[in-house]
Design a binder for this molecule. Structure first.
Ligand SMILES: Nc1ncnc2c1ncn2[C@@H]1O[C@H](COP(=O)(O)OP(=O)(O)OP(=O)(O)O)[C@@H](O)[C@H]1O
Ligand SMILES: [Mg+2]
Length: 239
């Protein structure tokens, strides 16, 4: 089976500075893949490089077999890539319903959009109950749910999530993780970047460990947990 996303030997950064170095990642249709790694290891830069928000120095990106390196973000969103940035991922002065409308920007027809909102509220009943609330007044977990829901309004085949669990306490963390599993069951792929190694790998099929911009380890999610203590320390799991 052809991967839905192939990142091939990507080096990326900002200006003349290379942050991400020669990284290769694949995501198959309908699987959750996690990229984990410490602060500043280049996780966000890697995701940004897929959408043209960071400079690509080397390498190629393929989506459903077609090269998309350097393609404009709005075209990628139209083609089915959903992206949730690490910060500023909702419009705080708009309501939940208005944020979702923004997510449907590239979808045509009132009926299509109404149906998409219905499906999104089915998956996120917590948001339906608060649809007229301003996004800026939501809790961290609700805001993260809204950011994911907004990306889903574009009907993506793959979601690129930058730290969906950041700063969340255990309960909202479990809620978000169960949503990700539901999204996977619905047939969408997810490539997620996370510092919360244990939680991210608990719902992922495979994982990659990014250290100082390079891929230090990769493998089945459970294999990254197992084995020797040095590996555990490497992943920060011994804390
Ligand atoms: N817009 C930018 N211009 C220049 N350098 C940047 C920019 N954004 C990030 N960097 C630098 O790139 C490096 C990697 O940052 P990045 O945000 O990709 O790391 P990260 O792994 O996502 O970290 P975190 O876990 O804290 O989100 C850092 O040294 C950072 O200072
Ligand atoms: Mg980051």
């Amino acid at each position: 089976m052809q991967p839905i996303l192939t990142i091939q030997n990507i080096s990326a950064g900002y200006g003349d500075v290379i942050i991400v170095n020669d990284v290769c990642i694949t995501v198959d249709t309908g699987e959750i893949v996690a990229i984990v790694g410490p602060n500043g290891s280049g996780k966000s830069t890697l995701l940004k490089s897929l959408l043209g928000f960071a400079r690509v120095f080397q390498g190629q990106v393929f989506y459903q077999g077609e090269e998309i390196t350097g393609v404009a973000p709005y075209k990628l969103i139209k083609q089915g890539l959903g992206y949730v940035p690490q910060i500023d991922n909702v419009f705080p002065n708009l309501t939940i319903a208005e944020n979702l409308d923004m997510g449907a920007y590239y979808r045509k027809g009132k009926e299509t959009i109404r149906k998409a909102i219905g499906e999104t509220f089915d998956m996120f009943p917590e948001l339906a109950a608060r649809k007229d609330y301003l996004a800026g007044n939501l809790s961290g977990g609700e805001r993260q749910m809204l950011a994911i829901a907004r990306a889903m309004m574009g009907q993506p085949r793959i979601l690129l999530l930058d730290e969906p669990l950041a700063s969340l306490s255990p309960k909202p963390t479990s809620v978000i993780l169960s949503k990700l599993e539901r999204i996977e069951e619905a047939g969408m792929a997810i490539l997620m970047v996370e510092q919360n190694v244990k939680k991210a790998l608990s719902v992922s099929k495979r994982g990659y460990v990014l250290v100082e911009g390079s891929c230090a380890m990769e493998g089945a999610a459970d294999s990254l947990f197992s084995e020797d203590d040095s590996k555990q320390r490497y992943l920060g799991l011994d804390k």
